[in-house]
Design a protein around this ligand. Structure first.
Ligand SMILES: *[C@@H]1O[C@H](CO)[C@@H](O)[C@H](O)[C@H]1NC(C)=O
Length: 270
């Protein structure tokens, strides 16, 4: 028989494990449920001529999570954040920031505050590439779960959870905006990635060179958009609108003989 003391320490251990468990384990499932509803209609947005500017500093908390580079883009639908140029400077964001996938691709500057023991100087720039579902054991609603390898740029790992300040910043991406076309002739999916400027896409439209007139795609999940319009055999032009109301049109970015599984590159937002 285990001693009462042994049982007690086992219970304490379980409690610690339960509290320390951060949110990535359930990220995929919640995201899939959150986005498997029909896309709602977007209000028309006026074209914004000015470049995206950094927003005000706000309060939040941050933790870190581990995993392979293919897991950091989970709920947003990025395949491999490192291969796709996001590096490991990525974060899973809580529901209020994730906004059912609309927050994917947004860029943030984070700094550790009010914790002299753990905070390091300087700040960290991350792109939102995943969902961190609400966790009652975490204080506040705004939360960043940072990819482990970069968390220690702003604080000591041992801290576990840290108070931070964050603000939206323009996304500086190398190279052009990318469109990866997936699916089949009856169900096209377009993944929009490496988006500069505001970084978070609110609307995607496609136009063919022949039969396909301007057609709105619906958000499938994260940065994946869908349409059942027949696109095969036409050159494709994509028009992307970001959350600041800016539009970018990539004329004939996919040639007539475009293929499923291929990625096409247009010019980027500045
Ligand atoms: C246009 O962009 C600027 C700079 O980011 C921003 O301050 C402003 O709110 C945007 N306007 C709209 C209508 O989104």
């Amino acid at each position: 028989m285990a001693s009462p003391l042994g049982a007690l320490s086992a219970m304490l251990l379980l409690l610690v494990v339960a509290l320390a468990k951060n949110c990535e384990a359930t990220a995929m499932h919640s995201a899939i449920h959150a986005v498997r509803r029909h896309g709602h209609k977007l209000k028309p947005i006026k074209q914004n001529k000015s470049n995206f500017k950094s927003g005000p500093w706000r309060k939040a908390h941050a933790t870190f999570y581990g995993g392979g580079t293919d897991s950091f883009g989970g709920a947003c639908g990025y395949k491999d954040v490192v291969q796709q140029g996001y590096t490991l400077n990525t974060a899973a964001i809580s529901d209020v920031l994730f906004k059912k996938g609309k927050g994917c691709g947004g860029c943030f500057e984070l700094k550790c505050v009010n914790s002299p023991k753990w905070c390091k100087k300087g700040s960290l720039f991350v792109t939102a590439t995943n969902l961190c579902p609400s966790n009652p054991s975490l204080p506040g609603k705004e939360h960043f779960d940072i990819a482990q390898p970069v968390f220690n740029k702003i604080a000591d790992y041992i801290a576990g959870i840290i108070p931070i300040q964050y603000r939206r910043v323009p996304c500086n991406k190398k190279g052009g905006i990318r469109f990866t076309i997936m699916g089949n002739p009856w169900f096209n999916q377009v993944i929009v990635w490496n988006v500069g400027g505001a970084g978070d896409v609110v609307s995607l439209q496609v136009k063919g060179n022949d039969n396909v007139k301007w057609t709105k795609l619906e958000r499938d999940w994260g940065v994946t958009w869908k349409t059942s319009t027949h696109l095969v055999g036409e050159s494709l032009t994509f028009r992307v609108t970001t959350s600041d109301g800016r539009e970018l049109t990539s004329w004939h970015v996919a040639p007539k003989n475009w293929q499923f599984g291929q990625t096409y590159e247009g010019k980027n937002f500045k």
